[in-house]
Design a protein around this ligand. Structure first.
Ligand code: NAD
Length: 398
């Protein structure tokens, strides 16, 4: 079949296997070019490994560190001639490429929040990999069922205390307009913490520890975002920000809990990039479009893989002491947050309108990156080729 993009709001419901494969291979080349990380991890579990920061983490672990990797994700396989989700094709490509390199690569597709999936992962790790020296926790999900209570929580992106009005861009219509977002009420903050906070990260670490699957001196890391003041009402100071604060709490608990193993848990603050998760956040896509223009002009632009290469090579490993900011977190958002970059964003922000969107920002770059997430608009891919959406699928152990 010929697969074309079908965009519905901030998701694309189709994905192209060839384009996704090319994206993964491109990231592998970036990881290789970053050089082998000295003292890098050797057995890595990535929870949320099929797209965005988790995918890049798995790629860097395998191809930048030579590690065996196990990936967990929630993706849709192809069915009835309908293409699989992008993450499915990404994971299939990554596994195939890792195996070519002689590295172990295993995956499980299912709900990472559930006890059932955790049990299956533990079983596979015991049989196939052994104690893990790095656990990357990179889930972005709209909901979570707590396996202990059976209750389902929904995360939301809302300001706290008062409503928030801001410019945003409607990416379907290329329109810059004002939005007003009502403040969180009722259980919104609690529910968002339940989904995107640290409870499930702690649960994963407990399951691994109970099964002797944490190596001595292991590290574990979860990803956070802070960003500039103009997004704070909806991000840092909003419901999602509270969930991210809960990751800080969880990191302290995990480090304390596994002191006997010399384990260390960190929160890394990463840069704003185009992913399926970030495209769903109001205001952020417009900010990213402006930011990318400025960072590209200054030659400091980075995508997920460049961020993660730096995180592993210069912050977590590479013979370096883990360097923490005053807030106790690892920062790879340093280039985004440089005062001159933020001053340039702040200058453009009040001026931007639908009419000058493409001129004052890298909106086209944003749109291209968004399509690329789903394997479209990738250089060298023949989109007129008749493809079997089932190709590139692995051997059925997912
Ligand atoms: P993403 O949407 O690209 O990736 C999410 C991953 O989680 C995918 O692999 C998906 O399959 C997996 N997933 C979701 N629900 C799952 C479930 N129930 N079970 C198993 N797997 C599940 O998101 P992303 O932007 O890479 O976000 C990853 C982390 O990075 C998040 O904590 C996010 O807040 C953080 N972060 C993102 C940005 C950004 O700009 N995108 C910046 C800084 C930090």
């Amino acid at each position: 079949m010929i697969i074309e993009p079908k965009i519905r709001g901030f998701v694309c419901v189709t994905a192209h296997p060839d384009g996704c494969a090319a994206n993964v291979k491109e990231q592998i080349e970036v990881a290789r070019a970053g050089g082998k990380v000295a003292d890098g991890p050797k057995r890595v579990l990535v929870i949320g490994s099929s797209t965005g920061y988790g995918l890049s983490s798995r790629i860097q672990a395998a191809f930048g560190c030579g590690a065996d990797t196990f990936g967990v994700f929630f993706e849709r396989p192809a069915s009835n001639g309908r293409p699989a989700s992008a993450g499915y094709y990404n994971a299939a490509t990554l596994e195939a490429e890792a195996r070519k390199e002689g590295l172990y690569a295993g995956s499980l597709n299912g709900d990472a929040f559930s006890d059932e999936l955790k049990d299956k992962v533990i079983e596979r790790l015991k049989k196939e990999m052994g104690p893990i020296d790095l656990v990357v926790y990179s889930l972005a999900s709209p909901r979570r069922t707590d396996p202990r209570s059976g209750e389902t929580f929904k995360s939301c992106l809302k300001p706290i205390g008062q409503s928030f009005s801001s410019k945003t861009v409607d990416t379907d219509k290329d329109l810059v307009h004002e939005i007003q977002i009502d403040p969180a009420d009722g259980e919104d903050v609690h529910s968002t913490i339940k989904v995107m906070g640290g409870e499930d990260w702690e649960r994963w670490m407990e399951c691994l520890a109970e099964n002797d699957l944490l190596a001595d001196n292991f590290k574990t890391i979860a990803y956070s975002y802070i960003g500039p003041k103009l997004t704070w009402p909806i991000y840092k100071n909003g419901t999602i920000g509270k969930a991210k604060e809960d990751l800080d709490r969880a990191a302290t608990v995990i480090t304390d809990q596994y002191k006997n193993l010399g384990g260390e848990a960190y929160v890394a603050v990463n840069k704003a990039v185009v992913t399926q998760a970030s495209s769903a956040i109001p205001v952020v896509p417009l900010y990213i479009s402006i930011l990318f223009k400025i960072m590209k002009e200054k030659g400091t632009h980075e995508g997920c893989i460049e961020q993660i290469v730096r995180l592993f090579r210069d912050r977590l490993y590479g013979g370096n002491e883990v360097e923490l900011g005053d807030d106790g977190r690892i920062h790879v958002d340093d280039l985004e947050m440089k005062p001159e970059i933020q001053a340039a964003v702040a200058e453009i922000w009040p001026l931007i309108t639908s009419e000058n969107l493409k001129e004052l920002s890298d909106y086209m770059g944003y749109q291209n990156d968004f399509l690329k997430l789903f394997g479209f608009g990738v250089d060298g891919i023949d989109y007129t080729r008749d493809v079997d959406p089932d190709t590139a699928l692995p051997g059925g152990d997912w």
